[in-house]
Design a protein around this ligand. Structure first.
Ligand SMILES: Cc1cc2nc3c(=O)[nH]c(=O)nc-3n(C[C@H](O)[C@H](O)[C@H](O)COP(=O)(O)OP(=O)(O)OC[C@H]3O[C@@H](n4cnc5c(N)ncnc54)[C@H](O)[C@@H]3O)c2cc1C
Length: 330
């Protein structure tokens, strides 16, 4: 445990923040110890992965526990799948590359996403036509409320678009390891814009490298301009509402969903409201991508929240659409 911990280097927004205490979780049993310590101090405990989906307030009056549980292994075949397991503290992108080096493809569309394996189920990360849930088998988590370790199978997790039971329970379950089920009859997933030019015979490495190049071309580098990727969810609306929008804005992107509703593009809505490239103090909306809010160096959480509020109000007033923030404010 370290007191008065500087969090600025531990969040990809690069926001200035401190925590009363920090702890490092190197093995599963550390979680229970950290939680006992938090309870004895009467302080909250939050686990942190790569800090790529959080917005820190200036001071966290509790314990920030850094997830460092490592380990990755091929567990073997089970029916039509090959099972792989990784510790929650493994770097996500490195893990994806490792699965390819083991000749067990299936996660390549999620290459290049920052953060750690343990956070991937929290918002069911997704990109380029694939969600983590598509390759998920089960996970092991520590339940802070009941003080026990539980296995969650896929049906227990309530995965949806950037959603899960873990996100809803905000901090109650600490993911210790995740098991993935990769299809033995792998075929590239090329439905997403930008991938359709690849041949159906493409190998998984090429898919991963193409996606990494696409991401680098599209998103600002968080090491230069602090950000947390998409700042808002793409809104899901009734299809009748989307059809009305298309009547007045024929270029509005609309993606039909399996449940009969439609997904709109938050980036398009924000750009149409004139925010792309705009600034507020030390923060702004990326010139490259309207969905990415950026810290230009000396930005603060307060400025970021003000800018986000301005965007939300304008999109609501102009299009009648409510935007929901993706990164969690802690
Ligand atoms: C440049 C950039 C691009 C991005 N692109 C994408 C993308 O394409 N798709 C996408 O879905 N996301 C994307 N993201 C968001 C982010 O990378 C993912 O959400 C990632 O999974 C967060 O991992 P993390 O380890 O950084 O989580 P953190 O930011 O550390 O934590 C996020 C939340 O998860 C909780 N948490 C973390 N670890 C655990 C654990 N072991 N157990 C329980 N709770 C935990 C934290 O308490 C917090 O509430 C992007 C972010 C950036 C900066």
């Amino acid at each position: 445990m370290k007191p008065d911990f500087d969090l600025q280097r531990h969040n990809t927004f690069g926001l200035p923040a401190r925590a009363r205490w920090s702890a490092v979780l190197s093995q599963p049993t550390d979680v229970e110890l950290a939680w006992e310590k938090a309870q004895s101090l009467r302080l909250p405990l939050r686990v942190l992965g790569g800090g790529s989906n959080v917005i820190f307030r200036p001071f966290f009056d509790g314990i920030i526990a850094m997830m460092e549980i490592k380990g990755r292994s091929v567990l073997g075949r089970q029916g039509e799948h090959t099972l792989l397991q990784a510790g929650a503290g493994e770097d996500w992108h490195e893990f994806v590359l490792w699965t390819l080096s083991q000749n067990v493809p299936g996660l390549e569309n999620l290459a290049g996403i920052p953060g750690k394996v343990g956070a991937a189920p929290i918002q069911n990360i997704g990109a380029y036509g694939l969600e983590m849930a598509d390759r998920f088998h089960s996970l092991l988590a520590y339940d802070l409320e009941n003080k026990n370790t539980i296995v969650f199978n896929k049906d227990d997790c309530g995965f949806g678009y950037r959603q899960s039971v873990f996100k809803k329970a905000a901090g109650r379950f600490i993911v210790l390891s995740v098991t993935f089920a990769m299809p033995n009859d792998w075929a590239p997933q090329l439905s997403y814009q930008g991938l359709s030019e690849l041949s159906p015979d493409t190998d998984p490495q090429t898919v991963a490298q193409t996606i990494i190049a696409l991401r680098n071309g599209k998103l600002p580098d968080w090491r230069k301009f602090g950000n947390a990727g998409s700042f808002f969810h793409n809104p899901i609306v009734e299809s009748a509402f989307a059809a009305e929008l298309r009547k007045t804005h024929s270029d509005a992107p609309v993606y039909p969903q399996q449940d009969g509703r439609s997904k709109l593009s938050a980036a398009w809505l924000i750009e149409r409201c004139g925010f792309k490239g705009s600034r507020l103090g030390g923060v702004g909306v990326s010139e490259r991508h309207a969905l990415v809010l950026v810290n230009y160096g000396d930005g603060t959480q307060e400025q970021l929240e003000s800018l986000a509020d301005n965007i939300k109000s304008e999109v609501l007033a102009r299009f009648g659409v409510v935007l929901h923030q993706e990164p969690e404010t802690i």
